[in-house]
Design a protein around this ligand. Sequence first.
Ligand SMILES: [Zn+2]
Ligand SMILES: [Zn+2]
Length: 241
Amino acid sequence: MEGRGKHRARAEDLRERYPYAREVLTLYLALLDVWDQELPPEQAFPLVVKATEAYGPAPLAEAARAAEVSVLDAWAGGAELDAAAFYLARASGAVGPYRPQAGDGDCPRCGGPAVLSYRSGGAEKLVSGKRLLRCGYCRHDWAFSASTCAGCGETSGSERTVYAEEVPGEPAVGRRDVSGDAMLPQLRIEGCESCHRYLIDVDLGRDPRAVPEVDELAALPLQLYAAERGLSKICPNLMGF
Ligand SMILES: [Zn+2]
Ligand SMILES: [Zn+2]
């Protein structure tokens, strides 16, 4: 398991750089304080509720205030949860439902859907450019083909679209900072025209300080761009985007 110090430092850094991500990352930092205590989900739950009431966006804070700890069992039992309950269950560290792995793009441990994709940098021990997926249910990581859609297994290059801010030969997306540099060069949208779904891919080779689950939370401009193009996320991230 990765140490959370790196997650904390990255969240603080991105919060300063991207004002639009401030609220989400402030809540994420408060959740790190809860996770550091390594509590069982039932004990983490009231602390997650408290952190969400204090730092979460108003609708989520309100939903958290009204939520019952029974959402943890509902989640484990495979019940359909609304966005707030889904957030509370995952943020409390509750075990998700086990479902048979439907495709290669699903988690080999629990069958859950992928929530993000990332590529290792050259400095990592892994082969440069190797792609991994992270489970949106249990946070397990597994290696996955860089040229296959994690949602439907599509391998045709003509059906797969990649949007990034500044990759030669690819459509540019997102905003630029005052110096004209891409703001989010380490992030891109991996979209699929077959299933109309996408994931955010975090390229550690472009920014070795990136922490996939933190950087993905700062991908809001790309997520809006994907939504405009009719793409929906394979699995929403912790904050529901
Ligand atoms: Zn999983
Ligand atoms: Zn697909």
